[in-house]
Design a protein. Structure first.
Length: 511
């Protein structure tokens, strides 16, 4: 649902389940070594020592937790990608190149010495990151590359990086074949502007610069495996927005307008909505709780104009250079900035002005990186928030193989109401067998509705309800078919420490 996208963006987080987007693949992360570049006065690389001096190899030793046994952490994986030096002694790369890092190395062109590095800023929603070597001398006199403008269709571009299959810098040439919004696979739910090229973008190329006339016009990041010679790079406007966001020392992310809309291309639909013959716009059919539009836009509003741009019946606007989805107007803004939306509502023209905010609950519906799973173990029962990562424990085809209770709660239940609520839902994932839970009627893949008569809306609330109860029994009510589970409170409290020790769990919770 990035920015203000329609049904496509509202369901983008479903796409990674295999619903027609399996043909996309992240381009980076091959096995091998690594490289990084330096910071001097910004100059055009072709006027100094050449582009190759500013392109580096990055090696990431990463580690991820298990969402099935959230107290366990997996083994260390080694993968490599590319990057390039920008101003300020930083290296730009993809977020997916440096995600879940435990140890990061860079290798600078023509320098066999690997240097340790750290991730300074990471933006998982637009798959960009800034890395800095720990040794301030590591980049030496390596020149930073400058960011250019969006290349036009048919323009010749060059992709530089360190793909798998060799240790030397690789250069491939191609042309810009398409400029449009695409799903960013790294988060699995964000849709931003991308540029398609037939310049080869292979594993290991991720994070490398795409250049034209000595200037960076993109960052290589994913490929289309279903089309021969089709790769994608992140364009300058997305790069510039990321750099602007981190100027204050932190990354806040993209704002969310937070509506689904339907096109008004049917003249009868426009007439039924009360629009004039010359009016164009799109009808709001859902509002997402906790987003910018919540409390400002309503179901049935026809969006006519956004920030002075007239919205066409298909949801596009003319920004003076090309026709784009009006959601990209929101993409170009920062959280906290104001937006003006003119709507047709109940026969009147209304202008709503409001501040742009982030999204409520989006972290539960995107791929999780650089964070550990939250959990609580009580009486051998494992409770966790319902999330995409939890659904992925059923496998890559979880959309088909996950338990019906969880799949329905994750995909269907939030969309039943006109105001979509992605609030946290707590799942009883499974049990660690012990006599205190041996007779538990329901103990796996159950969404918790109430505990001891109190509605449960977060993992923290579940813990508070269980630990604050002094009755003889805990009564757990589950959403699916109104199932009920019962625990003997005193027996559970006596057995908790033993259960944790038996199963090698250091702590009963991580919040």
């Amino acid at each position: 649902m990035k920015g203000s996208r329609t049904r496509r963006a509202a369901t983008a987080w479903i796409a990674l389940a295999g619903l027609g987007l399996g043909w996309l693949a992240l381009a980076g992360l091959g096995l091998g070594a690594l490289v990084l570049g330096g910071a001097a006065a910004p100059v055009r690389a072709q006027e100094s020592v050449g582009l190759e001096a500013s392109v580096v190899r990055i090696v990431n030793y990463s580690q991820r937790y298990s969402w099935h046994s959230p107290w366990d952490v997996g083994g260390v994986s080694e993968a490599s990608g590319s990057g390039f030096v920008v101003e300020g002694g930083m290296i730009m790369t993809n977020a997916h190149v440096v995600s879940d890092s435990r140890h990061l190395l860079i290798l600078v062109h023509n320098d066999p010495q690997p240097y340790e590095a750290e991730v300074v800023h990471v933006a998982h929603d637009c798959d960009l990151a800034l890395v800095r070597p720990l040794d301030p001398e590591a980049l030496g006199s390596v020149p930073p590359l400058l960011i250019g403008d969006l290349p036009e269709l048919g323009a010749a571009v060059e992709t530089l990086g360190y793909p798998v299959g060799g240790d030397r810098l690789s250069s491939t040439r191609g042309v810009v074949s398409r400029i449009e919004e695409q799903l960013f696979l790294h988060s699995g739910m964000d849709v931003h502007l991308t540029v398609q090229t037939d310049a080869a973008i292979n594993p290991g190329n991720s994070g490398g610069p795409v250049v034209k006339d000595g200037l960076v016009v993109g960052v290589a990041f994913q490929a289309n495996l279903g089309l021969e010679g089709a790769g994608y790079f992140i364009p300058p406007e997305v790069i510039a927005r990321f750099l602007e966001d981190v100027e204050d020392g932190r990354y806040d992310g993209y704002p969310e307008l937070g509506v689904d809309y339907e096109a008004m291309e049917n003249p009868s639909a426009r007439h039924h909505a009360g629009l004039r013959e010359q009016d164009t716009g799109v009808r709001v059919r859902r509002v997402y709780k906790g987003t910018s539009a919540d409390g400002h836009l309503r179901i049935g509003d026809v969006i006519l104009n956004v920030n002075g741009y007239r919205v066409a019946n298909d949801g596009t606007i003319d920004d003076g250079e090309r026709r784009i989805d009006f959601g990209l107007l929101i993409d170009r803004r920062q959280i906290g900035e104001r937006v003006s939306v003119r709507v047709h509502r109940d026969g009147e023209r209304v202008v709503e002005e409001f501040d742009l905010t982030g999204s409520h609950g989006r972290h539960l519906r995107e791929h999780a990186y650089d964070r550990s799973p939250r959990y609580f173990v009580y009486g051998g029962l494992l409770f966790m928030p319902l999330s995409l990562e939890l659904m992925k424990t059923f496998g890559g085809d979880w959309y088909y193989t996950a338990r019906n209770e969880m799949r329905t709660e994750f995909l269907v239940e939030p969309l039943k109401d006109e105001v979509v609520d992605f609030s946290e839902r707590v799942v009883l994932l499974r049990r660690l067998r012990h006599p205190v839970n041996a007779d538990m009627a329901w103990f796996r893949y159950q969404v918790v509705d109430q505990v001891n008569g109190k509605p449960i809306e977060s993992l923290e609330q579940l813990i508070e309800t269980l630990e604050g109860h002094d009755g003889d029994f805990h009564v757990l009510e589950f959403h699916h078919q109104r199932r009920v589970g019962v625990l003997d409170r005193k027996r559970v409290e006596e057995a908790n420490a033993e259960i944790l020790e038996r199963y090698g769990i250091a702590k009963d919770r991580r919040l």
